[in-house]
Design a protein around this ligand. Structure first.
Ligand SMILES: *[C@@H]1O[C@H](CO)[C@@H](O)[C@H](O)[C@H]1NC(C)=O
Ligand SMILES: [Ca+2]
Length: 221
């Protein structure tokens, strides 16, 4: 009985690996603590990647959608919307901006890819590919990486500021170690493709602070 109880506490309180296809993360309030640590399937250096996620926020200030830090480089990869019309993106601590359409109060699907061979950076928001950029051609993202949802890392795994945190809901987060083709992005949009680095249907993650896992409810009209 006692062992059973301790096991439950362990599963609920720390590392979980779970099929989240019918669930999402809720970040209910502005804090400098609430975040989700994501544990990738592979710890190899990355020459390319794609991340995709759905999000819903009421925030009109800048905030963090995705933060990947490596030793000494807190903004190794950062996806940082600056409503109403910009995304700030960092690769290898190098920041650039992508102008986007005005944000609206609704679910939003974001995909971003980077390919070291060409340096090509692609950002899709709600199926639209924005003007492409080139950054860090030839670079390789070293390992290990600290991958976090909900907060911007100003140091490896920490250094959070409430004023840059995410408040709202995030689901269908996946990450790949290659740049997805347009056909593959379309598969992601209809939930037919999951990541080989982070897989939303078997996600290894750890919740810190007040983040809730909530069911995805959709009213049918
Ligand atoms: C994602 O996880 C599911 C469930 O374990 C598995 O069936 C699928 O093959 C995984 N996808 C990838 C790309 O690893
Ligand atoms: Ca910061």
């Amino acid at each position: 009985m006692k062992t059973y109880f301790l096991l439950l506490v362990f599963i609920a309180g720390s590392l979980a690996q779970e099929d989240l296809s019918q669930k999402g993360f809720l970040f209910p309030e502005e804090t400098s603590t609430a975040h989700v640590i994501l544990k990738p399937e592979t710890s190899k250096p990355l020459k390319k990647f794609t991340v995709c996620l759905r999000s819903y926020t009421e925030l009109t200030r800048e905030h963090t959608l995705f933060s990947l830090a490596t030793a000494g480089k807190d903004n190794m990869v950062l996806i940082f919307p600056q409503p109403p019309n910009h995304y700030s993106i960092c690769i290898n601590n190098k920041e650039f901006h992508i102008k986007v359409d005005t944000e609206i109060l609704d679910w939003k699907h974001t995909c971003m890819s980077w390919d070291s061979d060409s340096g090509l950076v692609q950002l899709w928001v709600n199926r639209k590919l924005y003007v492409r950029k080139v950054s860090n051609k030839g670079f390789i993202i070293p390992s290990p990486a600290s991958i976090i949802l909900g907060q911007d890392q100003d140091s490896y795994g920490g250094g959070f500021q409430a004023s840059q945190c995410f408040v709202g809901e995030i689901n269908q987060f996946d990450m790949w170690d290659y740049a997805l083709s347009l056909e593959e992005i379309n598969q992601v949009l209809v939930n037919e493709k999951n990541g080989n680095v982070l897989n939303w249907t078997s996600l290894s993650y750890e919740i810190k602070g007040g983040v809730l896992v909530v069911p995805l409810y959709q009213c049918k009209l």
